[in-house]
Design a protein around this ligand. Structure first.
Ligand SMILES: [Mn+2]
Length: 462
């Protein structure tokens, strides 16, 4: 396909290809972006009267390609595919039976597979669900209600993180949702996670971006802080209040007090506020009330390999699928909490520029990255953390997950570069983002690997 170099024009031509199909198979990824991507397409296809089937994979690789049916349907690869076009080619898939909707680096192959890819247009802050939404909107204007799901996908893929808001085309999608009436933008909100479900003091104590001295990591201190500024922690019926329930006045009081706290400790207030996205059609205090928590619920479904349940929730199921998703979310939180406690109890090995710990087979590899991120907020935040673990189905390999924070990224830390370079030295492979990355390395090379990564990090921020 010849790129028209315009997202809108390519969305139109991809939409036309999809609308011309007799039947479709959607192949997507099992995280929040992949699940919302699939849910957007499934609904758009259903509304267009095109029979469709969906398949979720953890990763598109030779082994998972066997799940892609060898039939005559149009295969839509979304949130994956761009970087694995050689696999489609090896399978002998003709170009007129494939559409790729993605935001990952594309691979050069001979077959010109039709593709719409956010990075082709220079949009680094637009996820697959965002691109998929533009295609769905071209398929039919009535799909504007799906903007909400695209916002969840974008936030789930951390597209709002750096700028404390969605920007560019991803922000345009927010406006569609606002116009449709199911999204409310809360400007200058606190940049906290859990505003719809966590008690306020828990929300405060979990905050690590920015790190607030005397509050972060200290729930008791957070409680005292709230008392001091006169914010009641319980509502009239005795229930713990959540941040979303604060009045505008209380919200301002809290923001001002936190800003003062930061300034008193000589810290920047830059990342204190963020734009947050509330879903007014969801119940109060539900994890579906805001984009960040909605995304966590979907990630929980993916991590327990039940992405289809997440998709049902995205498509409106608030019955059995929702109850199952809630259960997975709770389980997800418990395991992550246990893992964090394990990391803190066991302690990490500190090198000059890195702290690391091997958890062996105690925790599933699908949660170690999140556990690492949460543990980092309780450890020395100036050193990136690396958690190593065994893989249940790959006895020769070890997975390494790394996390750091925005402050360190601004000082030059790039985990993606450090892991890709270090893993390659041991015959492994790594990738991801500056702030969060992962690698697979041969078993028994863990300590050597830690030294190599430490050296790479020491060059990035001496
Ligand atoms: Mn994605």
């Amino acid at each position: 396909m010849i790129y028209q170099m315009s997202l809108a024009a390519d969305a139109r031509s991809i939409a036309d290809r999809i609308l011309a199909a007799d039947a479709v198979t959607v192949i997507s990824h099992i995280d929040a972006d992949g699940i919302t991507s699939e849910a957007i397409l499934s609904q758009a296809l259903q509304r267009a009267g095109i029979p469709a089937q969906s398949i979720f994979v953890r990763q598109l690789e030779p082994l998972t390609m066997k799940h892609v049916p060898e039939n005559d349907t149009l295969k839509i690869f979304i949130d994956l595919g761009a970087g694995q076009q050689n696999l489609l080619e090896e399978r002998g898939m003709p170009e007129d039976k494939v559409v790729i909707i993605d935001h990952h680096v594309a691979q050069d192959v001979k077959t010109p597979y039709p593709q719409i890819n956010a990075i082709t247009y220079g949009y680094e802050k637009l996820s697959a669900a965002g691109v998929g939404y533009f295609v769905a909107r071209e398929m039919d204007e009535c799909n504007r209600d799906l903007a909400k799901l695209a916002v969840v996908g974008n936030v789930g893929d951390m597209m709002a993180r750096e700028n404390c808001a969605l920007i560019g085309p991803a922000r345009e999608i927010v406006d569609d949702g606002v116009q449709f009436g199911n999204i409310e933008v809360v400007d200058h909100n606190l940049n906290f996670y859990g505003i719809s479900t966590r008690p306020i003091h828990t929300c405060l104590s979990f905050c690590d971006d920015p790190y607030i001295p005397g509050i972060s990591n200290d729930a008791t201190a957070a409680r005292v802080f709230l008392e001091r500024i006169g914010i009641a922690m319980r509502n009239s019926s005795g229930k713990m209040r959540v941040f979303e329930e604060l009045s505008e006045e209380e919200r301002q009081t809290l923001i001002n007090a936190l800003a003062e706290q930061l300034i008193a400790h000589g810290r920047s207030t830059e990342r204190l506020l963020a734009e947050t996205y509330l879903f007014t059609d969801e119940e109060l205090r539900s994890p579906l009330r805001n984009a960040a928590e909605y995304a966590t619920m979907l990630n929980a479904c993916g991590r327990w390999t039940k992405p289809a349940i997440g998709s049902s929730v995205c498509q409106g199921d608030r019955g059995q699928a929702y109850r199952d998703a809630e259960h997975m979310l709770r389980h997800h939180r418990t395991i992550i909490r246990e893992m964090m406690e394990y990391i803190l109890d066991t302690g990490v090995t500190e090198l000059s520029h890195l702290q690391y710990l091997h958890v062996g087979d105690k925790f599933p590899d699908t949660v170690v990255g999140i556990g690492a991120g949460m543990a980092l907020s309780k450890l020395n935040w100036k050193k990136p953390i690396m958690i190593l673990c065994y893989l249940a189905d790959e006895p020769d390999l070890v997975k390494a997950s790394m996390r750091t924070n925005d402050t360190m990224v601004r000082q030059g830390v790039d985990l993606q570069a450090a892991l890709a370079e270090s893993a390659a030295k041991l015959g492994g492979a790594g990738g991801g983002h500056k702030i969060a990355a992962g690698a697979y390395i041969p078993r028994n090379s863990e300590d050597d690997f830690a030294e190599i990564v430490n050296t790479a990090l020491s060059r990035q921020s001496p």
